[in-house]
Design a protein around this ligand. Structure first.
Ligand SMILES: [Zn+2]
Length: 275
């Protein structure tokens, strides 16, 4: 049963490479977190008729490479501004021939190949917290994103495994082949620990991944460059923003989702925001 209907709760939107601005009249809000500053002050505003908080994960001037993004501060900042649902846009490489540039993938699984990143908010004194992560993405946000993507102008794919590499370099051909052989659909550099930290903060988290390239060129001679990624993203950013608009408009506005209740009943460190 739907208990709460709250249309004032803001939806959090994380912009990736190529999506640094979204709102017409952004209102930046300085937020302090226990983990330092987010990539930029998040911006409050209205998008798709709903209150939102937008944060470009690399900073508006793209100054943070994937391994330097303060994922903990970014998500903590969104949560402290009342966000409970996050839509995360990112540019990814396609590991399957059918996932050509301009395809929107709504992944349902993730493989974390990053290292050396601050990957948990539960690393201080206090009770040990293990959150479930078998299904890394929000079970209610994902179908909404799939419907919105399918209604848009770009090819859309429901499901797939996002392999998250450390970067900032791209993959070798052998790495790309391995990622594909092990079941990967797309490869990115920011999907983790972002998705896991979102879960740790009881946030609904839905990934909207735009394919910009064929990674190391599994079956083609060319390989990806940063310029090519940005160029492909720029070519599709209007269509992706339209999808994002429809996702935000259609996200449920109640607190029924299991993501929000993942911390219920757990003994949490005092420093962590409760459910
Ligand atoms: Zn959820």
């Amino acid at each position: 049963m739907t208990v709460v209907t709250d249309t004032t709760e803001p939806v959090g939107i994380l912009g990736g490479s190529g999506l640094y601005r979204l709102l017409d009249a952004p209102e930046p809000v300085a937020v302090a977190t226990p983990f330092g500053d987010p990539s930029d002050p998040p911006s409050r505003g209205t998008f798709a008729g709903r209150p939102v908080v937008f944060l470009p994960r690399h900073g508006a001037d793209h100054r943070f490479p994937p391994h330097r993004v303060n994922y903990r501060a970014n998500l903590w900042a969104l949560r402290s501004l009342g966000v409970r649902q996050v839509v995360a846009a990112s540019a990814v490489g396609g590991l399957r021939p059918e996932l050509t540039a301009g395809t929107v993938v709504v992944p349902d699984q993730v493989v974390d190949r990053t290292w050396g990143r601050e990957h948990t908010v539960y690393d201080g004194e206090g009770p040990v917290v293990h959150v479930p992560f078998a299904d890394p993405y929000c079970p209610r946000g994902r179908p909404v994103a799939v419907r919105a993507a399918r209604a848009g102008t770009l090819p859309a794919v429901d499901g797939g495994t996002m392999v998250v590499i450390q970067g900032p370099r791209f993959s070798s051909r052998a790495e790309s082949r391995r990622n594909a052989a092990e079941g990967g659909s797309v490869v990115g550099m920011t999907g983790m620990p972002e998705a896991a930290i979102a879960r740790e903060l009881a946030l609904c988290y839905t990934s909207l991944a735009l394919v910009t390239d064929a990674d190391a060129g599994v079956d083609v001679e060319s390989s990806v460059t940063h310029a090519a990624v940005l160029e492909a993203f720029a070519r599709n950013v209007v269509a992706l923003t339209a999808v994002l608009h429809d996702v935000v408009a259609a996200l449920p506005a109640d607190d029924d989702c299991p993501c929000r209740h993942v911390l219920d009943g757990l003994d949490l460190p005092a420093s962590v925001a409760g459910p």
